[in-house]
Design a binder for this molecule. Sequence first.
Ligand code: N01
Length: 544
Amino acid sequence: MTMNNTEDASELQNLDALVVGAGFSGIYHLHQLRKRGFSVKIFEAGGGLGGTWYWNCYPGARVDSDFSIYQLAMEDLWKDWNYSERFPDWEELREYFHYVEEKLNLGRDIVLNTRIVSAEFNTNTDRWAVTTQRGAVVHPRFLVLCTGFASKPHIPNYKGLATFEGECHHTARWPQRGVEIKGKRVGVIGTGASGVQMIQESGPVASHLTVFQRTANLAMPLGQHKVDKKVQEKMKEEILPSILRRRLQTFAGFHFDIIPKSLFDVTPEECLLLFEDQWSKGGFHFWLGAFEDVTRDQRANDVAYKFWRNKAMERINDPEMQRKLAPAVQPHPFGTKRPALEQKYFEVYNQPNVTLIDLNENPIVEITPKGVKTQDGAEHELDILALATGFDAVTGSITQIDIKGTNGVPIRDKWGGGVSTYLGITTANHPNMFFTYGPHAPTAFSNGPSCIEVQGSWIVDCLSRLRSEGITRIVPTQAAEDEYTILIKGLASTHLWNRAKSWYTGANIPGKVVEPLNFTGGIPHYSRLLKECADHGFHGFSLS
Ligand code: N01
């Protein structure tokens, strides 16, 4: 890989656009903007491409979108690429990124190991001054933050954490060199998607696995299988272009959609048959392909939870484990917190070498040099402690950078009392700044590449139009931002999302305002809003 490894070169000084982050979104913007003749570079904090797939290299990390939709919809790319599994793991996803880098010759415009620490807009030049952690300053016209929704790990403030003498890592900062878990005493705190993957990978090989669970994960079967190259070649000839187009017509950017009727429109028998059918397909079919009122109406949700619980109970032997992993009383409405996709998760708890601590009954008191001490006085001795404790998600990726608005207010403070954006892509007082797969976009409820392509194509078209009209500054009005933010709250209020404490609403981070962080109206509705704005001369923006 021929990465440009310095941010000081003169060619970087007056870029048309600086893109931050080299995941799906970053490379999409680099390629599409370059194609239109813009000078553009990516600054990437990590040591390689892939964004989340660079950082998340913990045992078992893999994507939860089907391989066919988890790629950029460019024929030049998909025609020569094949995945080997229905849900590829992080290593294969990194291979995909290397393939894309080579194919599109991206490396010359990517500066790795370069974290952006601050940015300030100069209203005299209509350019940003962007500073890296090494103190270099560049002056792009546009700043495009492709920092993803999960780039700021959350590490709980445990007493004694620094004293632990074994290896302790957050899952999203897992050492690139890997960590041997075979034969070790492994502890995992957190049972979100990262925890579930780490647990099902560790259980079978660790000498002992101790899981610290605060909320049971209403996990569903992944439905993993190998995918033959021939099958994929045939798919490319016959149906892949349609699948990739179809993504943008569905609620979550998948190849299937929510059933547009109530669970109560069918008989209980029909409902059961349909649930069985969705369940057997694996992936998110039972959630994002369910009746539209499952995440809207508690009565419908209860039916789905009962079905889920029966499925989980069948796989867990011990009544005590059943009680903790599949509680009789729902921990939260099904699907209002992202269900993980699992392979052998529940079976792991049937193994004699696995202990499950319910932190609601028996909280962690402190981390000791030897392990984790719980309230009952037990000290769980460990060699490896994995913190699968999630992220300051959606906003943290942006607020961790010191980005000053033209009114002098840093974005961290602006959003400190609640997030406000226009179209989930821009925010007032931050001219020429765009963000993707972040706040007020379909982010949490979408397949990443689908959401990114909807937003990315809008941004690229916008920049092209501004250039052709000689406009050097674009910023949303406060009024447009206020109106859009009200829409976000209104859409979320029609669902049960706020009944779960999750990263969807910021409730997972102590002190963070609890509010809807995502656009919950689905990709087609979101795309329509973007299109209407552009078609009406960028309505809601001030241009100069
Ligand atoms: O993070 P999470 P994640 N003490 O926030 C617990 C994507 N992703 O990294 O539920 C004890 O979901 C917390 O407990 P609780 C995917 O979109 C995808 O797992 O808040 N426990 C929870 O169990 C996913 O949704 C893939 O009660 C504490 C866990 O830590 C998103 O990333 C793989 C605690 C955090 O779960 C985030 O997933 C991985 C504390 N103080 C991630 N603080 C795939 O593609 C937190 N917890 C499959």
